[in-house]
Structure formats: C-alpha cells, structure tokens
Design a protein around this ligand. Structure first.
Ligand code: DAH
Length: 341
C-alpha cells in the first residue's frame, strides 16, 4: 500500500511540475485530490485494512496528500508571480520617451490685421458694430445716394440674391452707416468691419469676397479737420509714427466733399520703391463728409449735425503690411504660407 502511495506521489509531483498554466493546474487538482482521484480511492479502501495497518497507512496517505497539496500551492504561487510579472512588463511606461509635440496654430494674417485695426479705433473711443452680409438694395445703394442708374452700381459688380434685385450680397460696408444712424442715438462714433462681395474674377489683387472696414462719426460741429486728424492718428498707429498722410479729392456718392487718403510708403519712407510703385505713397482708404442727403434720409438734421465717414479694404492693408504679393495666398490656407506670420 505504501508502495502504491509512493507511486501516486511521484506521479502527481511530476505532473504538477509539468503543468503549463493555471487552467491545467485546476483540472489537475480535481484529478489528483478530488473524489474520483486515486488518493481518495485509497483512503476509501482503508476499511479493508487490518487494525494495525490502518493508522500507519492512514497517516502516510495524509502525508502524501499534504505533500501534493504543498506542491500544488507552490506551483500555483509560481504561476501567479509569473502572471503578475507579465502584466507589469506589458504596462511598463518608458518615462524617458520624448513626448508627442502638439503643433499649435495662430491667428490668420487677416484676423490679425482686423484685430489690430479694431484695437486702434477702440483706443480712440469707437464702438464696433456689425450688420448683415445679405443686404437690401436700399441700404447698399439707394440710402447711400446711389440711385438705380448710377454708374457706381456698375463699378461694384453685384451678386443679387433674387431676380427682382431687392436683395444682394453687400458690395461695401457702407450700408452700416445707414443702419447705425437709424438705430443709434447721437452722437455716433462707430467702425463696422466685415465681409463684402463683388462678382470679380479672381486674380492677384481681386477676390469675389473680401473685407472692408467702415468708420463714421456724427456729432455737432464735425469738420473735415476732425476727419484728417482722426485718420492721421490711425495711420501712425497702424504703419508707424513716421507715417505721413495726404488727401486727394475724389468722388463718392454718399460723401461731400470726398477724398482718398494715401499714406507715405512704410517700406521706403516715401523715397519710392517696389511696394509703392516708385510714387512714395500708398492708397489706403476713401473718405469724406457724410452727404446731407444721406443724413436727411436717416432723419438727422444736416443743419444741426455733421459727420465724416471712411472705408478701407483690409486685404490690401494686410498685403502691404506683410509684403504679400498675391491676394489668393490669404484664402488658400496653405500652412507653409500661414506659418510665416
Ligand atoms: N464704400 C466705398 C467703397 O467700397 C469706400 C468708402 C469711401 C467708404 C468713402 C466711405 C467713404 O465711408 O466715406 O469703395
């Protein structure tokens, strides 16, 4: 009987030694120590032994069982340790690995120019107003003294939204003059930046969609001197303290008198270069005293109040400020271009 128990032990220990994983181990435990296992069978058969033999064999069988159980626990612990180590290895973090670099974008040059100009006017006490890009012909033309057959309508090739010509994409930010006079209390001091549309062919200096900024001041005793003073300060802030301005007579239907303002070339200081096409001056904006007819249409008495207005194209300013030779670059959003600003 002892011999048999020894065999059982040797076989069990050997099989435990060869077990490959936790699942196999559990199956083996059932097989070796379970009710149907050889060892249990022997213990059950003890009844047939003699009185003397019984305790000896019983004790020996229990010893064998203990040895098998101990081995089983040892193998189990071994597996657990291995599993833990594998898990730790899989989760290992290399703290010396370089981090992933996130590339951070920045403001588009157009946004920068618009923000810069807004800040200059905010500093001078102007309020920012915004209005619709889909306009009525009344606000975009009629109220601004541009009647139906006026040549200025042809100069600003218009995108009409409906066939009757009542609704259109605004060709200028000037309709904001009217909208502001209709809704604001006097005195008024506003700028209105925004997108405008003209059905132009795309080329290096034209785009069917571009940006303008309108400005307007209405109060008692506003003169052309106020206009010149305000715009000269603006030019110095935008182009540098040495910037000089000059005003050339011009015509706009909604201002009288009207002018165009040039600024001394910031690239050459006025000596003449490629940027200013050798003239020393760069054309920056249109301006003038708000036409009495325009004031009247907004129920403002031109005998009591006067005002000036101005409008500038923002792409032009951005192109000059950043020496951009082709307007299309501003809209293509090629990051190799945008990264430079
Ligand atoms: N709206 C004009 C344009 O698109 C620009 C302009 C000129 C605006 C004179 C004004 C102004 O307010 O007084 O060409």
């Amino acid at each position: 009987m002892k011999e048999k128990l020894n065999q059982i032990r040797e076989k069990a220990l050997k099989r435990l030694e060869e077990t490959k994983n936790m699942d196999n181990l559990e199956a083996l435990r059932v097989e070796l120590l379970g009710k149907k296992g050889e060892l249990t069978q022997i213990l059950k058969a003890m009844g047939s032994l003699s009185k003397e033999e019984r305790p000896i064999i019983g004790q020996y069988a229990n010893e064998v069982r203990g040895q098998i159980e101990a081995k089983l626990e040892a193998v189990k612990a071994d597996f657990a340790k291995k599993l833990k180590q594998e898990k730790l290895n899989a989760e290992k973090i290399d703290v010396t690995m370089p981090g992933k670099k996130k590339s951070i974008g920045h403001l588009h040059p157009m946004t920068k120019v618009i923000e810069d100009i807004k800040q200059i006017f905010i500093g001078m006490g102007y309020e920012i107003v915004e209005g619709p890009e889909v306009e009525t012909a009344y606000y975009n033309f009629e109220a601004l003294n541009i009647p139906k057959d006026h040549p200025a309508r042809d100069e600003q090739d218009t995108f009409y939204v409906n066939g009757e010509g009542d609704f259109l994409l605004r060709t200028q930010t000037s309709p904001m003059q009217i909208r502001t006079m209709e809704t604001h209390e006097l005195p008024i001091k506003i700028i209105a930046p925004g997108r405008v549309y003209r059905s132009d062919e795309v080329d290096a200096t034209h785009s069917p969609i571009f940006h303008q900024l309108e400005g307007m001041v209405i109060d008692k005793n506003i003169t052309m001197g106020d206009l010149k003073g305000a715009l000269a300060v603006f030019a110095k802030q935008l182009f540098g303290k040495d910037a000089k301005v000059r005003f050339r007579p011009h015509h706009f239907p909604f201002t009288e008198p009207s002018a165009e303002m040039d600024v001394s070339c910031f690239a050459c200081g006025g000596k003449g270069c490629r940027v200013c096409k050798d003239s020393g001056w760069i054309e920056v904006l249109g301006c003038g005293m708000v036409h009495p007819e325009v004031l009247k249409r907004c129920n403002i008495d031109p005998e009591k109040y006067s005002g000036f207005a101005f409008g500038l194209g923002l792409e032009r300013i951005a192109m000059q400020k950043y020496s951009i030779s082709d307007l299309r670059l501003l809209y293509e959003n090629d990051t190799r271009f945008l990264e430079q600003f």
